[in-house]
Design a binder for this molecule. Structure first.
Ligand SMILES: [Zn+2]
Ligand SMILES: [Zn+2]
Length: 338
């Protein structure tokens, strides 16, 4: 089987390896789709930590090929998606229902491979109405749900999303389901601004034209936004986020800004505005709920690029050039599934 690897100098290359055999509670999955996350692009560009085993990919779906003797809920032919990280179940955090802080976390972060072995605890059946292509996006959806939870939306809240790439688009779909007030998107790419309006944003502004902060504030009648979600990963945008928040509002930093970026915060204005600043870590317990809502979200709409697995390098290049929302890799036989 073919496996995608990254060298420490971040060169991507394929390696031929024997197909693994599942034992005990392991499930062998024939991958159908794997999608490229901005985090993968950051690793590739050297702005996020290099994966220790050189294997990449944490968003994927596939078909169960074989199962170990202790696997109870899966059988060959099942369509599944994979939870990228799960706790050991034994440490103090896991036993306090804080699995996301597990000190011995297990990771399925090598999904860009034709076959992958996963512990049954990290495998989830796709519900009816959710195909393999969209099922691959369960992990990004889980993260989007966590971002929206942290934004603490109240009815009638004015919301601004800074950035409307794949994550911004999924977050937009979720926010649109809340009875919010004005929903503003700030995004430099004209095509993505159009997508934002199509997905239900009230306004879509270009941060590169004029004074974006005063323009956006004006459109909120000077009040600012009760929820500001920074999803772009732009350091300039991260600096603007606090200025857009209304009194009593919350600012959610969803994106990654490089490992050494530090944000200056005027603590007096934080106090005066009574703002809550929060970031989005990988949650636990959200994945099953993501699978419940995924079938109704038309997630396929955020996919703008599909490359065969053996053209993974082209896919990374296309994603890194910008312009794309979600770029996916399709494995041989992907389309045979639902
Ligand atoms: Zn991801
Ligand atoms: Zn643990």
């Amino acid at each position: 089987m073919k496996v995608l690897y990254m060298k420490p100098d971040t060169t991507l290359y394929f390696k031929e390896e024997p197909k693994p055999v599942p034992a005990g509670g392991q499930v062998l999955i024939r991958m159908a789709y794997a999608s490229i996350c901005n985090f993968d692009i950051m690793m590739w560009k050297g702005t996020a930590a290099y994966p220790p085993d050189g294997r990449i990919g944490h968003e994927g779906s596939g078909v169960v090929e074989a199962v170990g003797s202790e696997v109870i809920s899966f059988q060959p032919g099942d369509l599944v998606t994979i939870l990228p990280s799960y706790g050991c179940g034994l440490c103090e955090d896991c036993r306090s229902k804080r699995e996301e802080y597990c000190s011995n976390i297990h990771a399925n972060t090598g999904l860009m491979t034709e076959y992958v072995l996963c512990d049954q605890r990290s495998v989830f059946l796709l519900p009816p109405g959710l195909g393999l292509r969209e099922g691959c996006l369960t992990e990004p959806l889980m993260m989007a749900m966590e971002a929206v939870r942290k934004a603490n939306l109240s009815d009638g809240a004015n919301v601004v999303l800074m950035g409307c790439g794949a994550m911004g688009q999924i977050i937009l779909k979720l926010v649109r389901r809340h009875p919010v007030g004005k929903l503003m998107v700030i995004e430099p790419d004209a095509e993505k601004r159009e997508t934002a309006l199509r997905f239900g944003a009230d306004f879509a502004l270009n941060p590169d034209s004029g004074n974006i902060v005063s323009e956006a504030l004006l459109l909120s009648n000077g009040r600012g936004y009760d929820a500001v979600l920074e999803i772009s990963g732009s350091q300039a945008s991260a600096k603007q986020a606090l200025h857009l928040a209304a009194r009593g509002g919350s600012v959610v930093f969803f994106a990654l800004y490089g490992m050494n970026f530090e944000l200056n915060v005027n603590l007096f204005s934080l106090y005066w505005k009574d703002i809550t600043i929060t970031a989005v870590g990988v949650p636990s317990g959200v994945f099953p709920r993501a699978l419940r809502i995924a079938p109704s979200l038309r997630l396929f709409e955020v996919i703008t690029g599909m490359f065969p697995f053996d053209q993974a390098v082209d896919a990374f290049e296309a994603k890194a050039r910008g312009g794309h929302a979600k770029v996916m890799l399709a494995f041989p036989g992907a389309a045979e599934g639902r």
